[in-house]
Design a binder for this molecule. Sequence first.
Ligand code: ATP
Ligand code: MG
Length: 362
Amino acid sequence: MPFGLVSAWNKRRRSKSHDHSDPWVYKPAEHWQIEEQTPRATKRHHGSSVFTLREMEVATGSFREENFLGKGGFGRVYRGTLPSGEVVAIKKMELAPFKEAEGELEFRVEVDILSRLDHPNLVTLVGYCADGKDRFLVYEYMKNGNLQDHLNGIGEAKMDWPKRLRVAIGAAKGLAYLHSSTAIGMPIVHRDFKSTNILLDTNFEAKISDFGLAKFMPEGQEIYVTARVLGTFGYFDPEYTSTGKLTLQSDVYAFGVVLLELLTGRRAVDLNLGPNDQNLVLQVRHILNDRKKLRKVIDPELSRSSYTMESIAMFANLASRCVRVESSERPSMEECVKELQLIIYTNSKGLGGVTYTFRKLY
Ligand SMILES: Nc1ncnc2c1ncn2[C@@H]1O[C@H](COP(=O)(O)OP(=O)(O)OP(=O)(O)O)[C@@H](O)[C@H]1O
Ligand SMILES: [Mg+2]
């Protein structure tokens, strides 16, 4: 039970300090004020653990360079080994002082949301550390890193079309679960869905990560209006950026961008290209339903024997609908899952081996 652990640990902290106005004094989850109306239900089968700074140091060999996995906006990520022998990924919060308050909120949202979710296509939060001013997030270790690295040739294994389709459907199922009320009783919008936040396990099974910007969308309040637009350049829903109206469909737009990355092997934004070609959606949107022109944008790294043009055309059509400017014209994530099942079936059948069987949605 994560909240039991948080409270127990908090009692320990409170006994050291009575200054409740200090933002660095750890408060129980009930006081985090992420969303006052959120239910306290938990879906996790196993709770997340609370670690000390010392335990984080021991796990990573004092953050040794050889354990360094990568760096993002929040800080560095290291591979670590817990006393149980479990290999984990440890994300260390390293922010400039003026960004610390924002980082703290993201940290709390991440712990709060992720410790309540349980789905094979969402990364598991093993635990966290909030020791003094130090903050760490401890995740299950994803051996094959993030999707973007594979599409850009940093990962060793080339991803053929069936593998890419499996990643697409895995990510779609993860998002569909978040958007459904089955997760915690109300839909959640991820807000930072992108190819670096799709992690791949040993079998190239996709798991969504980074929930720091996620938001609960209670029934009847499916639209959240904000003056501050958060997310990543290249994945922004144009309706959200122009009106501030955040909906679940903003994730669908970002999902469409990832589909285009899978199809073309290009980045969502490539600053090495000329100003008119930098944005992937703007670059390819108009040709997605034109089979002849479509051939020209298929990732040249894709082995020709791994795909049928029929499945590529269906995939491009789905992507084109996900990135529509009008959010109401985009499909839901549940519809995306169903269409991807059909695309996988079509590709497999076209290649002469129907090995795919329809499974349940989530
Ligand atoms: N659970 C994990 N297992 C293995 N590697 C991970 C894990 N989590 C993150 N990484 C790696 O650590 C690196 C940094 O990840 P991080 O999420 O901090 O940044 P990002 O998603 O690349 O960028 P941003 O901070 O802008 O969202 C990535 O290269 C990612 O592959
Ligand atoms: Mg990330």
